[in-house]
Design a protein around this ligand. Sequence first.
Ligand SMILES: [Zn+2]
Length: 196
Amino acid sequence: MKDTKFKFSRKEQKKLEECDLRGCQTCGRILNLKYNFRFMKKRGTWRSPCSYCDYVIATNDWNKKKGLSNTPQSYEEWFPKYLNKRRTREFFDKIGLTAKERRAYNNVMFHYNITPEETHELLKGDKVCAISGRPLNIMSRGTDEELHVDHCHQTGKIRGLLYGRFNIGLGCFEDNPDLLRAAADYIERIRGETTS
Ligand SMILES: [Zn+2]
């Protein structure tokens, strides 16, 4: 199916690209070329939806595949609380975040559609894993102490902070308490057999 309602013509895009900008064909916003659009190496062109719209499209596809009801229609619907960038920046300045911490906060804020204040409430102070009680660090991306924000896949609601691998583990067990209990029983059973 060919999309006939392009928001920006090729000529307009070329002019924008000269200033490192590009118009999103899906939401119609003009955004930074390098930060907000993905380059497709195979085709040698930039993707026509911005990365936010791409995210919405991917989420919708995923939800459709999984039969979930949670379907964002647009960038605005998915990120309504994030839209006031100036207010966010002022809040970050007030609580004195470093650039790296800002990135971590932004990731969480974007992903879970919560306000900067809610993010601060979630990430401030000493954090421990809700399952193991191990200490977590928001700057620990890619390490063993990686902090994950655990969320319910049906409702999108945040459940708590978890040690990264345990969060992945919950997903592997389909978030199913019965399966998780059965797994614990299984390990105890095997242990009992091998030690006795
Ligand atoms: Zn867009």
